[in-house]
Design a protein around this ligand. Structure first.
Ligand SMILES: NC(=O)c1ccc[n+]([C@@H]2O[C@H](COP(=O)([O-])OP(=O)(O)OC[C@H]3O[C@@H](n4cnc5c(N)ncnc54)[C@H](OP(=O)(O)O)[C@@H]3O)[C@@H](O)[C@H]2O)c1
Length: 242
């Protein structure tokens, strides 16, 4: 009997942490569905991974658009399975950052659509596949979800809500054999981080590869032992429930 390789869908897989995760999961034998809005960097990342023998479907689109989310799920359907959904793509909001009293409500809506509504909708659409594979959901959070950093309220509020969705989903999906974790990757030298600090050097921040030991650890844990947890990828230690 032959087994088809596991499949991972990573939103925002063209650069930054998403591209690092794609490289890691590709090397672990996953077939990848990668998404991002700008097709240029997405194609470049897919080409680089294919040269290493990884099977990649590169699908441009916006996490906030239902039409795109459904198209991505059709691609998953044609691959026949989904084992891991990584909700990684994120909107920061205006740059330079503004305090909540000045945050245009349209910007707040856009942040919520990308960071909260999109991830939940993808989870809903992916549910039959994840239930069939007893799969995993990794929702990418931020330390801004836990602290009231001035100027980070829209983004931080969306990530705090994503953390609670993750915890709730972990309970609701446990009987389906689906595990859900929330991960704060820590500061990383990426386009999103630079947008948060326009005009400032972020050279002292580590590249997203700094999180690789954590992803290797997480992938190695049984899903049911980690489900419902919130991890800090650059934290000192990671624990599973006894
Ligand atoms: N960097 C940090 O210091 C830091 C700290 C804490 C948490 N995080 C979290 O880590 C995750 C990855 O961030 P990053 O720093 O790697 O950011 P990044 O380098 O800017 O990459 C973001 C990725 O998401 C895609 N994307 C953005 N908006 C999208 C949308 N509406 N629809 C589809 N794709 C979209 C981008 O491509 P397109 O622009 O082409 O769409 C890109 O592929 C995010 O969830 C972020 O909140 C980052």
């Amino acid at each position: 009997m032959t087994h088809s390789p596991p499949v991972a869908l990573i939103t925002g897989g063209s650069r930054g942490l998403g591209a690092t995760l794609a490289t890691f999961l590709g090397a672990e034998g996953f077939h990848l569905v990668l998404t991002a809005r700008d097709p240029g960097p997405l194609t470049a990342t897919a080409t680089r991974l294919r040269a290493r023998g990884v099977r990649v479907e590169a699908l441009p689109g916006d996490v906030a658009r239902e039409e795109d989310r459904r198209r991505w799920m059709e691609a998953v359907g044609s691959l026949g399975r989904l084992d891991l959904l990584v909700n990684n793509a994120s909107a920061l909001g205006p740059s330079p950052r503004v305090p909540l009293r000045d945050l245009p409500v349209e910007s707040f809506r856009e942040i919520l659509e990308v960071n909260l509504v999109g991830p939940l909708r993808l989870i809903q659409l992916a549910h039959p596949f994840l239930a069939a594979s007893h799969g995993r959901i990794w929702n990418i959070s931020s330390d801004a979800a836990r602290e009231g950093y001035a100027g980070w309220g829209g983004y931080g509020g969306s990530k705090a809500a994503l953390d609670l969705l993750s915890k709730t989903l972990a309970e609701e999906l446990r009987d389906d054999g689906i595990s859900v974790v929330s991960v704060d990757p820590g500061d990383m030298r990426t386009a999103l981080h630079q947008a948060a600090y326009p005009g400032e050097s972020i050279d002292d921040r580590p590249l997203p590869e700094v999180t690789l030991p954590f992803w290797a650890w997480l992938l190695g844990q049984p899903g049911d032992r980690v489900s419902g947890e919130r991890y800090r990828a650059q934290g000192d230690r990671w624990e599973v429930r006894p």
